[in-house]
Design a protein around this ligand. Structure first.
Ligand code: BTN
Length: 308
């Protein structure tokens, strides 16, 4: 309700009377007063003038629960918002809560997790850390393709310089800007909850400057709301398409045209065999061409560039 009151105040330069707000939102004037008081305590500069009502001054967008709720309403997305100052990991938190449809955003993570059991450095101010939890009507056999949908949504939202490093890292040049950790809670045949965690580096990540980059190091502007708006739009548009087609043919060309590995020599981490990366299949598998010209597909694992 607080976000609805805030939205009304943001959208007008006039004073809004308590009774107008109350009737618009179908709550009592006392409830309006209580929510306004709490918004003020949270730092919003809301003037109250007894004959006129309430007016918001000196407004600057803030990344918080209410403003994210406003954004989600604008986008027509029905996700509960969990905005946390600190958490172990937004993915782990997602598994702990009952929601089936949520976005969890944290200012810092004390136990940020990456793929393959790695640590994801998640200091306050260095990045954005969030998880989408959804229950897509997709079979568990194909739901893994959502990781590549996430990578495409990120690439589109970040812009031209971003490349997709199979399966779902975002690189600029030879350094990582963003990563995706997708987890699944599922019965054999039914997805219960798909947990898509995204970490994006905003400013330099301590101790990792040789392998990680960030918006600020790349001199790219970062506006959290524009980013979330664009990412969520892209992600859910792509997911809707995927729901209809059940394969990645509709983004295959985009992935291949923006692939960090495309036509480059790679190894599967842990093996010495050399391949040339030839893009993805419509299922998102990597197509690897051996020195004998034979093509193999892998659907899981990690590739690294073979430098000469
Ligand atoms: C990777 O590249 O290895 C994946 C990194 C994913 C990091 C994000 S940050 C938000 C969410 N919570 C986590 O603990 N991990 C993901």
């Amino acid at each position: 309700m607080k976000s609805r009151i805030l939205e009304l105040l943001i959208n007008t330069d006039e004073y809004l009377s308590g009774s107008k707000i109350a009737s618009e939102l179908n709550i009592s004037r006392a409830a309006v007063w209580k929510h306004i008081k709490s918004l003020k305590q949270e730092g919003y500069d809301i003037e109250s003038v007894s004959s006129k009502g309430y007016k918001l001054s000196n407004y600057e967008k803030k990344l918080n629960k209410y403003e994210l709720e406003i954004l989600l309403r604008k986008l027509g997305l029905d996700l509960n918002v969990h905005y946390l100052k600190t958490v172990d990991s937004t993915n782990t938190y997602a598994k702990r809560i009952d929601d089936i449809s949520a976005i969890i955003v944290a200012e810092e993570q004390t136990g940020g997790r990456g793929r393959l059991g790695r640590v994801w450095s998640s200091q306050r101010g260095s990045g954005i850390y969030f998880t989408l939890m959804i229950r897509p009507k997709l079979h568990p056999n194909i739901v893994g393709m959502v990781t590549q949908i996430t990578a495409v949504a990120l690439k589109r939202s970040i812009g031209d310089k971003a490349m997709i490093k199979w399966p779902n890292d975002i690189f600029i040049g030879d350094k990582k800007l963003a990563g995706v950790l997708t987890e699944l809670i599922s019965e054999i045949n039914v997805v219960e909850r798909l947990i898509v965690g995204v970490g994006v580096n905003i400013s330099s990540v301590k101790g990792l400057s040789d392998i990680a980059t960030s918006f600020s190091e790349e001199r790219l502007e970062f506006h959290p709301f524009e980013f979330f708006e664009s990412f969520l739009k892209n992600f859910f548009d792509l997911l809707n398409k995927f729901n209809q087609t059940k394969n990645l043919a509709f983004i295959r060309e985009e992935v291949n045209n923006n692939s960090y590995f495309m036509n480059r020599n790679v190894n599967i981490v842990g093996s010495n065999k050399e391949y040339v990366f030839r893009g993805i299949t419509t299922s998102g598998n990597a197509i690897l061409e051996g020195s004998d010209g034979k093509k193999e597909e892998i659907f899981f694992g990690e590739l690294s560039l073979k430098r000469r």
